[in-house]
Design a protein around this ligand. Structure first.
Ligand code: ADP
Ligand code: ZN
Ligand code: ZN
Length: 692
C-alpha cells in the first residue's frame, strides 16, 4: 500500500500546518502541492491545500494520523499562484491557508459543492462563445500624438517580455483608457495571452464591462467583483484559470485570481482607496499587482490623474516610467475655470438657509436656462452629521461606537426620520426632546446630501433634481437609472457624493460646486490632503467633457482660500503639488519615506487593550535595533470604539523594510502565544495602513 504523509494548510485562521495520511488507493491520485482536499479536523470536515508531501511509507504505522478524505476536481494551484500566496502570507503576516483560499470562489470551501461546481464547468466548456461582431465600435479613431507615443512605449515594453512598472498619467478625459485598450488589443492578438485590469469600484464595472465586450467582441471578457452570484463567480474563476477569458476585469480581489497566461496587469486609478482591503488579509491590490508582475516578468501599468505619493516617489526615483497625456483627448473638450469662494465672507454664519454663495446660485440658474447641468458635490451622505441640543449641548451618539449618529431624512419604508451610525450601521429614532435636559429644541448641525437636496429643491424649484449617493442607489439597478437620467439630460441639477465623480462621462455638465472640503485640510490623517487633492482633480474632470458654448466653471467653497491646495487646483499644477506633498512627507519621515505597520488590539475594555499592547511593546523593545525600528506609544485608536469593541494601537515604523518585517514576525509570534492565554482580546497586524 502506498501511503504518504502530506502537510495541509487548512481553511482556518491558524498558522500551523497539519499532517495527514495520503492513500493513493483511496484517492486515486498522487499527492501534489497545491491540491485542494477534504480532511477531518476535530469532528468537522473541512477543506485544505496540500503544501508539502513526503514519502515516508514504512514508518506510517506509527503515526496516528487521519487520512485525507477526498480530492477536489480541480487542477492544483499553480506554482505562480503559490509563490504569490506565499509572498502575501509572509508580507501581510497571515496564515498561508487563509491566503490560499482567497484565490477561490468561497463555494469551493465545501466539499459537498464540488460535484456541482465541476458540472457547471464542464457545461461551460461545451458552450460555444457567442460573438457579436456588429457591435465592434470605436476602433477607427486616431490616437493623438501623445497617445501614440505612450502606446508605442507600451508596445515596446510588452514585446521585451520582462517586468516593467509604468505609469500612464493624465487628467480624466485625457484618453488613458483609449491608450491601454489599444495596448490590450495588441497583446491579446496572441489567442493564448491574458490581461488583467483592476478597477476601483463595483459601480464602475458594469459600464466598463459592456464597453470592453463591445470592443473585444472576438475575445472572452470576464468580470470579478464581490457582487457576482456564486454561479457567475465560478464561471469567471474557471475561465480565467483555464485561459479561456483573455480579459479579466475586476476589483481588488481579482489580484489573487488564478490566471493561466497572464501577460500584463493594468491598475486603473491606482491611487484609489478601494484597492486597500480593510479586513481579513489587509492587502493593497496595487502593491500585489506590482509584485505579481515582477514575479511573472510582465509589465504592470498604473494609471492615474493624481498618482499616490508612493507611486510618485518611484517616478522621481526612476523606478517607474511615467508616460504623460497632457491634453484632453476629445475634440472641443475644455478645462474648467476654478473659482475659490470664501465661505465665511459669502455666507453669513448661522443662516442655515444660505448654503450656497450668491455667485454660485446665479450660475446654477444660468446653467439650467442654457440647457446645461450643474453638479453639487458633497462627500457626506444623510441629512446632517450631528443632532444636538441647543441648550445643554448634548449630542446623539452611537451606543456601539465613539462617533455621532447621522440624521437621515424620512425614508420610504418607515416614513420617519432616523439616526444611523455610518461606522457600524446601527439605526435608532431621534428623540422628541433632549434626554439630558428635556429641551425640545434639537438641532441638526452640518449638511449631508439630503439636506443639500432639500435646499436645492427650495432654491431652484424649476430645475429637475436628482440625488446620487449610497442611499439613493441602494436597490439593484437604481444607480444606472439615476445615471441614465443625467445622460439623457432629464435632470438639470445633481447632488451627490463621490459616486458621481467616478468613471461616468457626462456631456452636459457645465457647473460644479464642491462643498465641505475643509475637514480634510487639517486632519489627523496625514493622507487626507493627498486624497482631497485627488478628489478635487477628479471632480474638476467632470466638467467640460465635450464642446460647450458655456465655458465650464468649478466653484470650491472653503473657509481657507489661502491654502496652497486651491492654488494648485486653480493653476492645474498637479506635478508641483505632488512634489510639495512628498517634500512634506520627507521632512516628517512619513511614508513613502518610511514603512509603517499597525498592531491593533480590540476588546471589551480599552485598558486591557492598552495593557496588552504595552506588554507586547516591552517584549519587542530591543536595544540593538532601536534606532532602526521605531515603536511608538500605545494609544487608543482615533475611532476608539467600533461596533461595541474598544481599540488601541501600536504604530511601528522603519526606513528599512526588512528590519520592519523581522520585527513584525517577532510580534506575530508573541501575539500567537498570547492568544493561547487570553481569548478575550483580538490582536492583528496591518501592513502599510491607510487609515488610523
Ligand atoms: P481617461 O481614461 O483618461 O479618462 P478616455 O480614454 O476615457 O480618458 O477618453 C476620454 C474621452 O475622450 C472618451 O470619450 C474617449 O472616447 C475620447 N477619446 C479618447 N481618445 C481620443 C482621441 N484620440 N480622439 C478623440 N477622442 C478620444
Ligand atoms: Zn439638552
Ligand atoms: Zn456605531
Amino acid at each position: 500500500m502506498t501511503q504518504k504523509k502530506v502537510k495541509i494548510a487548512l481553511d482556518l485562521p491558524l498558522f500551523q500546518l497539519y499532517d495527514y495520511i495520503w492513500s493513493e488507493e483511496l484517492l486515486n491520485h498522487h499527492p501534489k502541492v497545491g491540491m485542494l482536499v477534504e480532511v477531518e479536523f476535530g469532528r468537522k470536515k473541512i477543506a485544505g491545500f496540500v503544501i508539502d508531501e513526503k514519502v515516508e511509507g514504512e514508518k506510517l504505522g506509527k503515526w496516528e494520523l487521519k487520512q485525507v478524505i477526498s480530492v477536489a476536481p480541480l487542477e492544483p494551484i499553480s506554482k505562480e499562484q503559490l509563490r504569490l500566496c506565499k509572498f502575501a502570507a509572509k508580507y501581510y503576516l497571515k496564515p498561508i491557508g487563509e491566503v490560499l483560499f482567497t484565490t477561490l470562489p468561497t463555494e469551493w470551501k465545501k466539499a459537498s459543492n464540488w460535484p456541482r461546481l465541476q458540472k457547471q464547468q464542464i457545461k461551460q466548456k461545451s458552450e460555444k462563445e457567442t460573438i457579436d461582431i456588429d457591435e465592434k465600435v470605436n476602433q477607427g479613431r486616431e490616437l493623438n500624438v501623445e497617445q501614440q507615443i505612450a502606446l508605442e512605449e507600451l508596445k515596446k515594453v510588452s514585446n521585451e517580455k520582462k517586468y516593467k512598472n509604468l505609469l500612464l498619467r493624465g487628467i480624466t478625459g485625457s484618453g488613458k483608457t483609449a491608450v491601454y485598450l489599444r495596448w490590450i488589443e495588441e497583446i491579446i492578438q496572441d489567442s493564448e495571452s491574458q490581461v488583467l485590469i483592476l478597477v476601483p469600484e463595483i459601480n464602475l464595472t458594469p459600464q466598463l464591462e459592456v464597453e470592453l465586450k463591445k470592443i473585444f467582441s472576438k475575445n472572452t471578457v470576464v468580470v470579478m467583483h464581490s457582487h457576482l452570484t456564486p454561479a457567475q463567480r465560478n464561471e469567471s474563476f474557471w475561465k480565467a484559470k483555464e485561459g479561456v477569458a483573455q480579459l479579466v476585469v475586476g476589483t481588488r480581489l481579482a489580484i489573487m485570481a488564478p490566471i493561466k497566461n497572464l501577460k500584463a496587469i493594468i491598475v486603473d486609478e491606482e491611487n484609489d482607496a478601494s484597492y486597500k482591503q480593510q479586513e481579513g488579509m489587509r492587502y493593497s491590490a496595487r502593491d500585489l499587482a506590482i509584485w505579481r508582475g515582477s514575479d511573472l516578468k510582465i509589465p504592470v501599468l498604473l494609471t492615474s490623474a493624481t498618482p499616490s505619493c508612493e507611486t510618485w516617489q518611484k517616478v522621481l526615483d526612476k523606478k517607474i516610467t511615467s508616460l504623460n497625456l497632457n491634453q484632453r483627448a476629445k475634440k472641443g473638450a475644455q478645462n474648467a475655470q476654478v473659482i475659490i469662494v470664501e465661505a465665511k465672507k459669502e455666507i453669513k454664519k448661522g443662516q442655515n438657509e444660505k448654503i450656497l454663495a450668491d455667485i454660485v446660485k446665479k450660475r446654477i440658474i444660468e446653467t439650467g436656462e442654457k440647457g446645461y447641468q450643474s453638479i453639487i458635490f458633497i462627500n457626506r451622505r444623510g441629512y446632517a452629521p450631528i443632532l444636538s441640543c441647543q441648550s445643554c449641548n448634548w449630542k446623539f451618539k452611537c451606543q456601539q461606537c465613539s462617533s455621532y449618529m447621522v440624521l437621515h431624512k424620512k425614508d420610504t419604508i418607515n416614513h420617519k426620520q432616523m439616526m444611523q451610525c455610518h461606522h457600524c450601521g446601527l439605526i435608532e429614532w431621534p428623540p422628541e426632546k433632549c434626554p439630558e435636559c428635556g429641551n425640545q429644541d434639537l438641532k441638526d448641525v452640518g449638511s449631508g446630501t439630503q439636506k443639500i437636496e432639500d435646499y436645492l429643491e427650495k432654491t431652484f424649484p424649476s430645475q429637475e433634481l436628482i440625488r446620487i449617493d449610497a442611499d439613493s442607489s441602494r436597490k439593484k439597478g437604481e444607480a444606472s437609472k439615476l445615471f441614465e437620467r443625467i445622460h439623457t439630460g432629464k435632470a438639470q441639477l445633481i447632488v451627490g457624493t463621490q459616486m458621481i465623480t467616478k468613471g461616468h462621462d457626462f456631456e452636459k455638465v457645465s457647473t460644479i460646486v464642491v462643498l465641505d472640503v475643509d475637514k480634510s485640510l487639517y486632519s489627523y490623517d496625514f493622507r487626507a490632503e493627498e486624497k482631497l487633492f485627488a478628489q478635487l482633480v477628479q471632480v474638476a474632470g467632470r466638467a467640460g467633457r465635450s464642446e460647450q458654448e458655456m465655458a465650464p466653471v468649478i466653484f470650491i467653497q472653503t473657509e481657507f482660500p489661502e491654502h496652497p491646495i486651491f492654488q494648485a487646483i486653480k493653476e492645474n499644477q498637479i506635478e508641483a503639488y505632488l512634489n510639495y506633498i512628498l517634500e512634506q512627507r520627507k521632512q516628517l519621515g512619513l511614508p513613502p519615506y518610511s514603512y509603517q505597520a499597525l498592531v491593533v488590539t480590540e476588546g471589551k475594555k480599552l485598558e486591557d487593550c492598552i495593557n496588552s499592547l504595552n506588554m507586547l511593546k516591552r517584549d519587542l523593545t530591543n536595544s540593538l535595533d532601536q534606532k532602526e525600528v521605531k515603536l511608538n506609544d500605545v494609544v487608543p485608536r482615533q475611532l476608539v470604539k467600533l461596533a461595541g469593541k474598544e481599540r488601541a494601537q501600536l504604530l511601528i515604523e522603519s526606513k528599512d523594510r526588512l528590519k520592519l518585517q523581522n520585527k513584525l514576525e517577532q510580534a506575530l509570534d508573541l501575539i500567537e502565544l498570547e492568544k493561547k492565554q487570553n481569548r478575550t482580546l483580538r490582536t492583528y497586524i496591518e501592513r502599510d495602513p491607510t487609515s488610523f
